[in-house]
Design a protein around this ligand. Structure first.
Ligand code: GDP
Ligand code: GDP
Length: 462
């Protein structure tokens, strides 16, 4: 996920075909199924050793009337805004059309980084069209065949230098999960917290059991204009995302189940959606675990929440369908108790009540998400940490196996997203887990870091 590539171009040039090829059959489930949201699709792509997010702006090929043309234009513009690089595709067999010129114009106006590709260039039938593409003034057209997988090596070669540039630029904001700590970082090595912005929206996943209300919630969050739902058939579905302005905060919401209309969804898709939801967690910075308040904290909810914690994501638990609840104070007490008992690993994570249907509580949810994001990025200065460590060990000294007391010498924060701390100590192998838990809980309380996983790394230092 080092950079984002948007595939743009007029309908039928082969955007979806290339998208599917880049994303692979892991994700690309073509369902001839009505009622699926038509919008920007996103997936994680691989090409050689490159890993990136690809955005497909297709799915509007039935757009005949003016308003849909307008929407297509807007979607394209947004794809360009969201992406680091645009792959502008034309059909080599058809040559350059007036519609292509409109797209070229949008790209020029938006000052996009463009790679021009003439698709369907297998065999000789595309020769003339590929030559014509020079006339768009966007540089040398790559000759590719999305369907036959030809020319992808040239695409790779074109992407590498841009990829390097954007990977560097984006690295600071990428979610970090597996981190190998060689040495603790210097304080200045971790960038200061940057609130979500239009160019770096907060990455959100909404997950939960079927029928918890994910679709309802996401549709409520999204500006209606962002969703094009309709009876058209033949849209490819997979793990996708949409970008929304949720109460003034730009967010990219990852989900599958949440972005389709429920009414006509088949069993096949329903089964896929749980796995897709878990996949969405990997893209997310903050995960909203949505509970159905009528049947909260069942095994599936617990598994989902635990997965989010293990993956190191900030978690917000939202109890949905709160409008149905009669004795709200009593129910809230019950929920809190169950939460503490069943999900101790998420101690302090916010629990908010919402009604996706009425929209009540969405402001609370929004605030909890923002706060969780900030905490997940929290950086505690080393001096404060060491004062804290002294106080902690004085209040409750570590054990003394064989009469020799373990000495915790030094603590520093080595990473954020989620926060991770290195403790230098003697005999780290003798420190009981309960003592590590004492430290983690202490960090959480002393530095106000609820709802985020905290990683503790013990390192030997004699
Ligand atoms: P989109 O509307 O731009 O997403 O276009 P699609 O990916 O749906 O492709 C439109 C049509 O072009 C489909 O019938 C594809 O099978 C076909 N197509 C896509 N790529 C190629 C290609 O490289 N060569 C040929 N001959 N046909 C292709
Ligand atoms: P998903 O499977 O998690 O995407 O769930 P849906 O969004 O499709 O919702 C499942 C059912 O719960 C639908 O009948 C919704 O109308 C209903 N529902 C969703 N949110 C609420 C809510 O806040 N209150 C009430 N009363 N019903 C809700």
């Amino acid at each position: 996920m080092s950079f984002t590539l948007a595939i743009v171009g007029r309908p039928n040039v082969g955007k979806s075909t290339l998208f599917n090829r880049l994303v692979g059959k892991r994700l690309a489930l073509v369902d001839n199924m009505p009622g699926v949201t038509r919008d920007l699709r996103e997936g994680d792509a691989r090409l050689g050793d490159l890993r990136f997010i690809v955005i497909d702006s297709a799915g509007l090929e039935l757009a005949e009337d003016d308003s849909l043309q307008g929407r297509m234009r807007r979607l394209t513009e947004r794809a360009v805004e969201e992406a680091d690089i645009c792959l502008f595709m034309i059909d080599a067999r058809v040559g350059v059309t007036p519609a292509d010129e409109i797209f070229a114009d949008i790209l020029r106006k938006k000052n996009a980084n463009v790679i021009l590709a003439a698709n369907k260039a297998e065999g000789a039938a595309g020769d003339a069209g590929a030559m014509e593409a020079w006339s768009l003034g966007l540089g040398e057209p790559l000759r590719i065949s999305a369907e036959h997988g030809e020319g992808l090596d040239d695409l790779y070669t074109a992407l590498v230098p841009l990829a390097d540039e954007f990977a560097e630029r984006n690295a600071a904001n990428a979610p970090v999960t597996d981190i190998v700590i060689e040495d603790e970082l210097e304080e200045g090595d971790i960038p200061a917290y940057q609130p979500p912005s239009a160019t770096k929206p907060l990455q959100l996943a909404v997950i939960g059991r079927p029928n918890a209300g994910k679709s309802t919630l996401i549709n409520k969050i999204l500006n209606e204009d962002r969703l094009l739902t309709g009876p058209e058939a033949g849209i490819t579905r997979d793990a996708i995302s949409v970008t929304a302005d949720f109460m003034g905060t730009p967010m990219r919401i990852w989900d599958t189940a949440g972005m389709r209309k429920k009414a006509r969804v088949t069993d096949k898709v329903e089964k896929l959606s749980v796995a897709d939801g878990l996949r969405a967690v990997r893209f997310a910075e903050v995960v909203v675990v949505l509970l159905d308040v009528n049947i909260p904290f069942e095994t599936q909810d617990l598994r989902i929440a635990d997965f989010a914690e293990t993956e190191g994501r900030a978690v917000v638990v939202a109890a949905n369908k709160w409008d149905l609840e009669e004795d709200k104070p009593e129910k809230l007490k019950e929920l809190r108790e169950a939460f503490e008992r069943l999900l101790p690993q998420l101690k302090g994570a916010p629990l908010v009540t919402v009604s996706a249907k009425t929209g009540k509580g969405l402001d609370r949810l929004h605030n909890a998400i923002l706060k969780a994001h900030e905490v997940w990025n929290r950086r505690v200065p080393t001096a404060k940490l060491n004062n804290w460590l002294t106080a902690m060990t004085e209040a409750h000294p570590p054990p003394a196996p064989g009469g020799r007391r373990i000495k915790l010498r030094y603590i520093t924060q080595a990473k954020t997203r989620p926060p991770g701390f290195v403790v230098k100590s003697t005999h780290t192998d003798k420190i009981p887990e309960s003592y590590e838990r004492y430290l983690v809980n202490g960090l959480r309380e002393s530095f106000d870091m609820p709802g985020t996983p905290i990683r503790l790394y013990m390192r030997d230092q004699g």
